[in-house]
Design a protein around this ligand. Sequence first.
Ligand code: FAD
Length: 455
Amino acid sequence: MPSNESKLTVVGAGLVGSLLSLYLARRGHTVEVLERRPDMRREALDAGRSINLAISTRGLHALRQVGLEEEALKHAIPMRGRVIHPVQGELAYQPYGKDDSQHINSLSRGWLNRFLMTQAEATGRVRIRFRQRVTHADAAAGTLTVQDEATGETREVRDTVVFGTDGSGSAVRQAMQPRPDFQATQETLGHGYKELTIPPGPGGSFQMEKHALHIWPRGSFMLIALPNEDGSFTCTLFLPWQGPVSFDSLKTPQALEDFFQERFPDAKALIPGLVEEFFARPTGHMVTVKCAPWRVGGRTLLLGDAAHAIVPFFGQGMNCGFEDCAVLDGLLESQADWEETFSAFERRRKTNADAIADMAVENFIEMRDSTGDPRFLLEKGVEKVLLNAFPGEFVSRYPLVSFSRVPYRLAYEVGAIAGGIVSELSRGLTRPEDVDLDAAAKLIRGRLTPFMKEH
Ligand code: FAD
């Protein structure tokens, strides 16, 4: 195990940095965390990138390892499937798993971040210093240049082991940029997002199905909504930045109202603050960051969004970052020093982070486009029949990503084979229950079982 004599500095007390510092403290390390924002437990702050988020098996497992899963689940709302809202007509329901036990959970980002910071500090080994912005890092030397946001003064932290958990725009990552062996790509999605609110109904009731993630798929754009504990829903509108239907085209209250009336009439009726919120709230960017290496010797390591920011359409960014913390913790037990630990961590995680990044982009297309398509609905139905008819033999991408902890890369590859089998069996079908189970058994045992055995 790496020595706990080392000075450790975590940059960023977001979701991943807060959880990481807790993990490190439990291993006996003393940790200083530098966070550029004020303390959100004392000052009303926008919690960050979204108001609520979906936590699933990987994130929950990481919380369980440090004894926090139960408390987190008390504040979470299970979402058992998707409710699809067409422009007109009946809502459609698509369960996420083989039954209701497989669900994802909606959780307030602000609550979770505050909770994790408090739990980290409660170990007595973590000190979080707020309004401390890292402006530069010497990743090889373990030196950080830090600006105090209150006084403007700059100081240096030296001889420290640096954990860069400062999010998708990471200053620690940027400081690694000039290194000859370092490569990074940053792809910004052509879409932005805007959050809107469906308030609670009378007596704090939910105005739509509570235990679901709601989707209004509309081809090149979409609206989604996740439930909150107080009976409200946070809606997120994903829209191209430019083009005929885009943020650029919605410049006036009238244009916005007409657009919602035409494309999301049922949602419009539930969002009384549509115009005010739309024009007052910021429009968010989404980016995929891939970079390597994530480490410099035994001095600096990137984790969470700083190493692998992904677009939010699989609900896995935080889950993946939390899994980083659990994996690193496991390695601390078996590795001799920081350098070995960091190197083993990158070997384990990089390919998996790349896989979920790609799946997240693909899921965007599925959510905005295919969820409303009858062919897609049929294939989802067939998939469910197969999951139930061949338990332990047939597996598919969504459950592997959201309800298991198999490496993302494996989920990606198995998911592709399973998807091919479903498409083949769905050809010519009109009802999922008519799927040919004998043909299915042959395909599954011929293609999927050997692959699973190899891994
Ligand atoms: P961040 O949450 O970005 O935290 C970084 C922290 O570092 C911040 O506190 C910041 O103030 C601080 N910091 C930044 N720069 C500096 C600096 N120079 N010095 C000091 N401190 C600094 N993931 C899911 O798993 N499920 C979801 O449902 C989900 N939904 C999402 C919806 C949207 C719209 C978006 C945009 C993302 C969503 N994500 C979701 C992804 C998730 O938000 C991120 O993966 C997660 O926040 C990453 O955590 P992090 O701690 O690595 O980074």
